[in-house]
Design a binder for this molecule. Structure first.
Ligand SMILES: C[S@@+](CC[C@H](N)C(=O)[O-])C[C@H]1O[C@@H](n2cnc3c(N)ncnc32)[C@H](O)[C@@H]1O
Length: 308
């Protein structure tokens, strides 16, 4: 089985690469699919920095990109991007790519605990050396916190009922496996078990990896690492991520924030980014037929403006 099939490769690379001799960062290297496509689009002077918080992804990308002297692969999270670039003496970037979420490899390996279809430890950490596993999180959250988390990050209507069932079960024994959690969710008799499981597992994954906090930190870092004229592309797979990206850049595109009743601007704030394409991009029908992951992919591309 392959590591991961990247989505919307042509659309993203065409939108991102403005200067083939620039330095680009793939902040979500995964199996190195987008990174490899980026390298194809770059010239001899171009450089690529591929980053992932997951060591398995770092190793897979190192193997795939090792023959290309223009590429380096680093391990780190979005929150660490700015520090890593400064530490390694890197300058301003011409483009940054975020292809969010988990890779097919992370889902396919039962030992990572991301899949409700296979039995495995309830882990779900993208970087298994950092932070709390899903099992640890389930052991310490109160019922109210758990219900809130499942509702907010999983957009699951039966969140309270599921949280209550989890808390009852953990009084009998700690919840340590994906199938243990699956049985508890199934016992709440949701109308569509697989959809409910997908939402509960998504919620836990987002919480365990602080995905929205990480995304916010990653966007901050990318915005300051880009040179004027540089571009940033984000591929999101659910509305929580996509909304965050859209709102983050809406503020940077807006410029003046004076109340409308003021006759002239006195905030002096100018737009610092613009959309490269007005509407976010979606995968074409053919790609969606061949790769189910592409169904929910939504890509936004922005350009940093020269500000006087
Ligand atoms: C959808 S996959 C990327 C696949 C990649 N584009 C490819 O072509 O194979 C997302 C990757 O981003 C990584 N990732 C997610 N959140 C991260 C974060 N906050 N910091 C660093 N890497 C992250 C995951 O570990 C995963 O390998």
């Amino acid at each position: 089985m392959g590591y991961h099939v990247p989505v919307m490769v042509r659309e993203v690379i065409e939108g991102l690469v403005v200067d083939p001799d620039g330095t680009y960062m793939d902040a979500t290297a995964g199996g190195g699919g987008h990174s490899e496509a980026l390298l194809h689009a770059l010239g001899e002077q171009g450089h690529l920095i591929a980053v992932d918080r997951d060591w398995e992804a770092v190793e897979a990308s190192q193997e795939r990109l090792s023959t290309d002297a223009r590429a380096v692969v680093w391990q780190g999270s979005f929150a660490e991007l700015g520090g890593l670039l400064a530490e390694q003496g890197g300058g301003a970037l011409s483009g940054v790519l975020f292809d969010l979420g988990v890779s097919s490899h992370q889902i396919d390996v039962p030992g990572r605990g991301f899949s409700y279809r296979e039995d495995g430890p309830l882990d779900m950490r993208m970087d298994p050396a950092a932070g709390q596993s899903a099992a640890d999180l389930l052991a310490v959250c109160s019922e109210i916190e758990l219900a809130e988390l499942i509702k907010r990050y999983g957009e699951e209507r039966q969140a309270r009922r599921i949280a209550r069932a989890i808390c009852r079960q953990r009084q009998l024994e700690p919840m340590r496996t994906t199938q243990g959690l699956r049985r508890v969710v199934a016992a709440t008799q949701p109308q569509m078990l697989n959809k409910t499981l997908a939402r509960v597992f998504q919620a836990l994954r987002i919480a365990v990896n602080d995905e929205l906090g990480q995304l916010q930190a990653g966007l901050h870092a990318a915005v300051s690492m880009l040179k004027p004229g540089g571009r940033l592309a984000v591929i999101a797979y659910h509305s929580l991520e996509d909304r965050l990206v859209k709102q983050y850049f809406a503020a940077l595109e807006r410029g003046c924030i004076c109340p409308p009743r003021l006759p002239i601007c006195n905030c002096g704030q100018q737009p610092t980014f613009k959309k490269v394409v007005r509407k976010p991009r979606r995968a074409g029908d053919e790609e969606v037929r061949e790769n189910r992951r592409a169904r929910s992919a939504i890509a936004r591309i922005y350009e940093k403006l020269e500000v006087n």
